[in-house]
Design a protein around this ligand. Structure first.
Ligand code: TMP
Length: 223
């Protein structure tokens, strides 16, 4: 448990369908918050630990053996449990800001809304994997799958991009929007079809509201 006198960090996640620009926006956000004086940890799901990166290879490779949606959900949560224990919990207990691309909402959207695993089963799994750690802020970069899937070359597509049809990806997108509507206090939804700069302005505004004001004064250019 976090003791009251220890500064508590923040946990920010970026979510969204394929091709929404999460990785780029997360990297820019990390740079901007570091420039503000925050101690930032940038990580990703699945991945972020040695076990998680090995599971990532297994889960995303296209030549992979067929994986049942329930098995997918358990494997994503296995990677999540390791990430929480190794990276997220220690960092937020040390007062750091953790930025993670994808987290438990991705399992709800992909394995739940997309592939049909019961949402209450997935919520119970996530509770076990995370020990109840939830993001303070989730930025949903929303993009229609027709647009997002075109942003990457087809030979670069993962198992999810290549092996699931457009209807699946439409359910995923609708699922994310439904989750956001259900928790308006945690989610900020941004139209990822806007240009990179316009999206980033909204990302940083949302993040500043969650982590507080810059810790270092901006450089004065007038003297
Ligand atoms: P990405 O890191 O390039 O977004 O690829 C991760 C892929 O894994 C993406 O297609 C979404 C999928 N995914 C799930 O299906 N469930 C999950 O819980 C997570 C974290 C990712």
């Amino acid at each position: 448990m976090t003791s009251p006198e220890r500064p508590r960090g923040r946990f920010l996640t970026l979510e969204g369908p394929e091709g929404a620009g999460k990785t780029l926006q997360a990297a820019r956000l990390a740079d901007a918050l570091r420039a503000d004086g925050h101690d930032v940890v940038l990580t990703r799901e699945p991945g972020g630990t040695r076990l998680g990166e090995r599971l990532r290879d297994l889960l995303l490779e296209r030549s992979s053996v067929a994986i049942e949606p329930l098995a997918d959900a358990l494997l994503f949560n296995a990677a999540r449990a390791q990430l929480i224990a190794e990276v997220v919990r220690p960092a937020i207990e040390a007062g750091r800001v953790v930025i993670c691309t994808r987290f438990a909402d991705s399992t709800l959207a992909y394995q739940g809304y997309g592939a049909g695993v019961a949402i209450e089963t997935l919520r119970a799994m996530a509770e076990a994997a995370t020990g109840g750690i939830r993001p303070d802020l989730t930025i949903l970069l929303d993009v229609p799958p027709e647009v997002g899937l075109r942003r990457k070359a087809p030979d670069d597509h993962t198992r999810f991009e290549a092996g699931f049809d457009l209807d699946f990806h439409r359910r995923v997108r609708a699922g994310f929007l439904d989750l956001a509507a259900g928790e308006p206090g945690r989610f900020v939804v941004i139209d990822a079809q806007l240009g990179i700069e316009a999206v980033f302005e909204q990302v940083i505004e949302a993040a500043h509201a969650a982590v507080g004001e810059p810790l270092v004064p901006p450089l004065r250019m007038d003297r």
